[in-house]
Every structure is written in C-alpha cells, then in structure tokens.
Ligand binder design. Structure first.
Ligand code: A3P
Length: 259
C-alpha cells in the first residue's frame, strides 16, 4: 500500500492551510474520526462531503499528490506517520493536526483481529505470535510505542490537538464539539446531536458495508474499551505495562492514556 516511490513523492505534496490532518497509529479509531470530520464538513457546507481519493496520505501511487492538487478544499489527510515524517508543507502552511490515541492493549487486539479477519493482508498464527511482533514493533507502520513517543513531544504545539478513543466512547457529543471547535466549525447544538447519533458504533457498523464495502464489518468490529482482557495473559499484561512505563512515564500522554 505504501511504496518507496510514493514516500519519495510525498515530499512534493503541497498542503493547504485549510487541509485537516488526522494522525493515528492503526486501529485507534481513524475511520470513526474521518466519519465525524466528514459529517462536520457536510453540515457546515450543506452538501455531502465525499473523499476524492483513498484518504491515507502515504498510501497509493506516486502520482496521487499531483491529482490531489485538483481536489476541492477542505481536504482530510489521514496518516499513520510520525510527526517528523510529515511533509514540510504541512508545517509551513500551519495545517491543523488532530491526533487520536487509543490505549495500546485494545489497539493491539484490534490490530490482531484486523490482520486475521481481512483476507488480503497477512494473518498471524496465534495471538501470542502477534503480541510478540507488536511488542517488537514488527507490524505494519512499526511500533505503537515509537509512534506515541514521537507524537508525545509535539502535542502541545499550537496547531496540534489530541483526543483519546476512550474519552470519545465515554462522551461522544462532547468529543465531537471539541473536534468541531478545533477545526473552526460553528454548528448548532442540534447539528452536533445529529452527528453524534450517526457516529455511534452501532450506527456506523449497521452502515459499514454501504460506506466501506466488504471490509466494512472488519473495520467496525466491536468498538469497545477493555476488549484486551479477552486475549492478554497476565504475563503479557505486565510486559505491556512495563513497556508503557519505560516509554511514556512522565509524559502528558502517558498520564492521560486510559485502560
Ligand atoms: P475494534 O477492532 O476494537 O472493534 P481504525 O479505524 O483506526 O482502523 O480503528 C478501528 C477500531 O475503531 C475498531 O476497533 C473499530 O470497531 C473502532 N471503531 C470504529 N468506529 C467506532 C465507533 N463509532 N465507536 C467506537 N469504536 C469505533
């Protein structure tokens, strides 16, 4: 999905000041937030927002960035890259960046199921096998912990905001309001409530084949906090707690991540 030619071409990508970046490690809820932002744009512009191309910035063919010049604003740019791997024009144009985090245990479990459920990507023999690869960072897009450490250094930047999957689960309406405010949408309470009702897990899963095709039901699998308890052994639990402490203790992200 991400060739070295595409990575090289990424440097030529020309960001616009009204682009919206959504950064996340895989399986932290990016399709959820993409949906919310699309609904915010649709409500604000009074016409249905539709992606013009596969929204993950670093995926696709190298000519993609030329085609993207023709896309109307505002463009949503989803990415799983580290902060310092983003193209320079994003910083030059002061593009707003929303980062979504999810606790590493549920993220790992979601990633494991995704690999094993989706037919076209490699599957893992067992959960234990996936867990050890995940801890070594030998999975697609690399280590969760490297991603978190990298972004944790930039979360207080002026154009960066971070939100937690778990907070959004706890209070979806409040989360949507924060996202709207960050990107500068001024919608009524009623509009926010409507978007909230359309963005619950149940609502999105029910429409997943319509919105995402055959992969839909795998993208909207369970949508819960704490599913890790069904797969982690006590040793794995301790190993991840140790790694988490080692990488993120003392950071504001480490203090806020919940599980
Ligand atoms: P699970 O596999 O734990 O169910 P991504 O979009 O980054 O690939 O993340 C996928 C994860 O986000 C999946 O987690 C999916 O169910 C969850 N998700 C997607 N939409 C959601 C929603 N509306 N509410 C809660 N979780 C959601």
């Amino acid at each position: 999905m991400c060739t070295s030619e595409t990575f090289q071409a990424l440097d030529t990508f020309e960001a616009r000041s009204d682009d919206m970046v959504l950064a996340s490690y895989p399986k932290c809820g990016s399709n959820w937030i993409l949906h919310i932002i699309s609904e915010l744009i649709s409500a604000d512009s009074k016409k249905k927002y539709k992606y013009s191309e596969f929204p993950v910035l670093e995926c696709g063919d190298p000519e993609k960035y030329q085609r993207m010049k023709e896309f109307p604003s505002p463009r949503i740019l989803a990415t799983h890259l580290h902060y310092d791997k983003l193209p320079e024009s994003i910083f030059k144009n002061k593009v707003k960046i929303l980062v979504i985090f999810r606790n590493p245990k549920d993220t790992a479990v979601s990633f494991f199921h995704f690999h094993n459920d989706v037919p076209d990507i490699p599957s893992y023999g067992s959960w234990d096998d996936f867990f050890s690869q995940f801890m070594k960072g030998q999975v697609s897009w690399g280590s969760y912990f490297d991603f978190a450490v990298n972004w944790s250094k930039h979360l207080d930047h002026e154009n960066v905001k971070f939100i937690l999957y778990e907070d959004l689960k706890e209070n979806l309406t409040a989360g949507i309001k924060q996202i709207a405010e960050f990107f500068g949408f001024s919608l009524t309470g009623e509009q926010i409530q409507t978007i909230s009702a359309q963005s619950t897990f149940q609502a999105m899963r029910a429409k997943s084949q319509e919105t995402h095709g055959a992969i839909g039901p795998f993208l909207f699998r369970k949508g819960e906090v704490g599913d890790w308890k069904n797969l982690f052994s006590e040793t794995q639990n301790q190993e991840m707690d140790e790694k988490f402490k080692e990488c993120l203790a003392g950071t504001s992200l480490g203090a806020k991540l919940k599980y």
